[in-house]
Ligand binder design. Structure first.
Ligand code: 6PG
Length: 234
C-alpha cells in the first residue's frame, strides 16, 4: 500500500507536488491531471506555483481537468474552478487551452454534465491509454469522493463518464456535476489527499480494506496512493 504520512498538511502538499513533478517529467508527452475540489488540495495547488515546482513543472504540456464541480457561477466562492483559478491559473503559468473546467455559467446541470462528458471524450479520442495520468481526490468524513455521495444514483453508473448529483450530502446544497467511477478509475494513478483529525475514522475504515463507502470503489488502472497527515493517521 502506497501510504505516506506527513507531519502536517503543508508537508502533504510538498510531497504531492514533488510526486506530481516527478511523474510529469517522467514523460515528454501530454500529461493530464484531474483535480480534486474542496479545501484539502488548496495548499498543494499553491505549492505548485512556488519554487522549485514553478520553474520545473512542464506547464505547456499539462492539461487540467476537474473531478467534480458545484453548480454555481464560476465566480462563486464555493466553485471548485474558482478555487483552482485563484491558486494556480491566475499565475499565468498554464496555457488557457490546457484548462478544462466544468462549465456552469450557461448550462443546466444536465447540460453541463453532457458537455463535460463530450469534452472528456473528445480529448481522450481513441487512445488506449488511461483518460488521466493522475487523478487527485479528497474524501469526506461520510466516505464520499468527488461528488459521489452515499446513496447517490451516480454511484451505480456503469457507462456515463459524468453525472449530476441533484442533492449532495453536504454544503453547499446545490446540484453537483461529478465524474463517475467509470471516468475516475480510468486514471493511470490516483492519489487521495487526506488531512485533519475529522478524517481519522473514514481513513481507518478505508485502509482496512473492508470499507463500503463510495471512496472504497476508487480503483485506478495503475497505483493508488494515500498522502495523509498524522492528524488523520495518528
Ligand atoms: C468537493 C470535493 C469533495 C472533497 C471532500 C473533502 O467538491 O468538495 O470534490 O469530494 O474532496 O468533500 O473536502 P475537504 O478537502 O474540504 O475536506
Amino acid at each position: 500500500m502506497n501510504l505516506d504520512v506527513s507531519a502536517d498538511s503543508q508537508e502533504v502538499a510538498q510531497k504531492v507536488a514533488t510526486w506530481l513533478l516527478a511523474e510529469a517529467l517522467a514523460t515528454d508527452q501530454v500529461f493530464t491531471i484531474c483535480l480534486s475540489g474542496g479545501s484539502t488540495p488548496q495548499k498543494l495547488y499553491r505549492t505548485l506555483t512556488q519554487s522549485p515546482y514553478r520553474e520545473h513543472f512542464p506547464w505547456a504540456r499539462v492539461h487540467w481537468f476537474w473531478g467534480d464541480e458545484r453548480f454555481v457561477p464560476s465566480t462563486d466562492e464555493s466553485s471548485n474552478y474558482r478555487m483552482v483559478d485563484t491558486a494556480i491559473c491566475s499565475e499565468g503559468l498554464i496555457p488557457t487551452a490546457n484548462i478544462h473546467p466544468i462549465l456552469t455559467d450557461t448550462n443546466t446541470p444536465e447540460l453541463a454534465a453532457l458537455a463535460y462528458e463530450q469534452e472528456l471524450q473528445a480529448f481522450h479520442g481513441d487512445k488506449t491509454t488511461p483518460l488521466f495520468d493522475i487523478t487527485l481526490l479528497g474524501i469526506g468524513s461520510d466516505g464520499h469522493t468527488a461528488s459521489l455521495f452515499p446513496g447517490a444514483a451516480a454511484l451505480q453508473e456503469t457507462s456515463r463518464w459524468v453525472r449530476v448529483v441533484p442533492q449532495p450530502g453536504l454544503k453547499p446544497f446545490v446540484p453537483r456535476i461529478t465524474l463517475t467511477f467509470v471516468a475516475l478509475n480510468n486514471s493511470r494513478h490516483i492519489a487521495f489527499l487526506v488531512t485533519g483529525s475529522e478524517k481519522q475514522a473514514v481513513l481507518q475504515d478505508l485502509l482496512s480494506g473492508k470499507s463500503k463507502v463510495p471512496a472504497s470503489r476508487i480503483k485506478p488502472v495503475g497505483a493508488l496512493y494515500w498522502f495523509v497527515d498524522c492528524a488523520a493517521y495518528p
